[in-house]
Each structure stands twice: as structure tokens, then as C-alpha cells.
Design a protein. Structure first.
Length: 251
């Protein structure tokens, strides 16, 4: 750990690696995060304000890495996540589909135990504008633990909810963040893999979905985000949260 201790229930304007390095070993109960996918391209299309737009223009510089730099960056993130998790603690991390298996193997090589792959299936995926490939209708989230989850927490909510496929409508968003993940899915992860009062970390906080999920379920949160616009979105969401917690602020 380097630098001054970080306080819970805050989102710091800080690089993910820098922030993770300031967290003590074996101190975090759960990590839920959605790092950049490194897929922004002039050749990929998404929708913004109801109009088709290249992912490069829609998402911008934060999703553009040299492939080698991206691999090194995410492997650093995975290593730091392993260090700060308590034994049995869980890491849920989204990645692009074509890279998911690679990063699962890298995580296992760094000590993690592979548990499952969770698929988020979009009920209303974007249309295929070029009509030259299948429509993109799901995203993958790896579920890993530091050792066996029996050492920590796995709250099996129900047979219906604890499936590794989650269906959602991607039109239901709380902010203008281009890759916001569903709050209900994030809340399920937090509910299953943590308990009240636990510390939930997200090194790529974005518009604050993980923090909102933790707040509403009575957990403490800690996160990092560099983009000022996304920090403002997170701040607004947390101020309007349904559950009041102490020291909710963006630093």
C-alpha cells in the first residue's frame, strides 16, 4: 500500500492502478468492475441520442489502448485486485467477449479460482447496420474468487435469480454513460457476494452503478474514476440514492 489511507463511501478522481495500490492487503470483501474493453473503433457502431455513431466517437480516448499496453494494464488490475481481496472474496469483472477467456486464464495464473461466467443478455440489442454479422446481444462477466468462496460469502438468493444468464432491456439507463451496466444485475452481484457493512470496490466506477448498488444494500463502497463528467453522474446518482449512508462524497 502506498500513500494516505483511503476513506470508504467515496469515489476518488484517480487512476485505477494508483487507487488500488493505496488499498491495504486482504481488506476488501468484493470487487465489481467494468473496465474499458479496448474496442472503440471507427468501424464499430453504437447508438447515441437515438443516432448511429462509431464507438470511437461515442466513447472516445478512454477506450483506446495499444493492445500490448491494454493487456499489461488489465493484468496489473487483476493482480492488485487479488492482493486487496480478503480470502474467499469475489471479483466480478466485465471484458469484451473476444478477450474474456484470455483474462480468465491470466487471473487464474495470478492465484484466482475460476467460478463461473455470467452472461447479460439484451432483450433489445442494437440493430445490425451493415447486416454483415450477427447482432451483438450479450456481454460476459467473469466470476472469480480468492480461494474458495466458502471462506467468505455466497448468499444464494433463489434458484430463479442465481442463474448465470441475466436478461435486461438496455434502454433503461440512469445516465448518459455509454456503457452503463444494469443496476439490478449489479445489485444481485453485491447481494450474493457480500454482507451488510462489507466493503465493495470498483476501480472503474464510471457513472457510479456499483456505488449505488452498495449504498442501497447497506454496504460500504470505494471507487476510482478519472473522467469528470462520469464523476458528476455518479455524484448525482448517489445524492438521489434510496438509502442514506455517512460520508457520501466524491473526492
Amino acid at each position: 500500500m502506498t500513500g494516505k489511507p483511503l476513506l470508504p463511501n467515496r469515489i476518488y478522481r484517480m487512476d485505477a492502478i494508483e487507487g488500488l495500490k493505496r488499498i491495504e492487503d486482504d481488506s476488501v470483501d468484493l470487487i465489481v468492475t467494468d473496465p474499458p474493453y479496448n474496442i472503440a473503433s471507427a468501424d464499430r457502431t453504437t447508438m447515441k441520442n437515438g443516432k448511429p455513431l462509431s464507438t470511437l466517437k461515442a466513447w472516445g480516448h478512454w477506450d483506446c489502448f495499444h493492445p500490448f499496453d491494454y493487456d499489461v494494464f488489465l493484468m496489473q488490475v487483476i493482480s492488485e485486485c487479488y492482493r486487496i481481496l480478503k480470502p474467499g472474496g469475489a471479483l466480478y469483472m466485465f471484458t469484451a467477449r473476444e478477450q474474456n477467456g484470455y483474462f480468465v486464464r491470466q487471473a487464474v495464473a495470478r492465484g484466482f479460482t475460476y467460478r463461473n461466467q455470467l452472461a447479460m443478455v439484451k432483450k433489445n440489442p442494437l440493430p445490425s447496420f451493415a447486416k454483415s454479422n450477427y447482432r451483438s446481444a450479450f456481454e460476459l462477466c467473469m466470476y472469480l474468487t480468492k480461494g474458495k468462496p466458502e471462506l467468505k460469502t455466497f448468499n444464494f438468493v433463489s434458484q430463479a435469480e442465481c442463474k448465470n444468464v441475466f436478461h435486461y432491456a438496455n434502454s433503461h439507463r440512469s445516465t448518459q454513460h455509454p456503457t452503463e451496466k444494469p443496476l439490478e444485475f449489479t445489485k444481485l452481484l453485491v447481494q450474493v457476494s457480500s454482507n451488510a457493512g462489507d466493503l465493495v470496490v470498483d476501480p472503474f466506477m464510471g457513472s457510479g452503478t456499483t456505488a449505488v448498488a452498495a449504498q442501497e444494500l447497506g454496504r460500504r463502497y470505494l471507487g476510482f474514476e478519472l473522467e469528470r463528467d462520469y464523476l458528476a453522474m455518479a455524484r448525482k446518482r448517489l445524492k438521489g440514492g434510496t438509502r442514506k449512508t455517512a460520508s457520501r462524497r466524491v473526492a
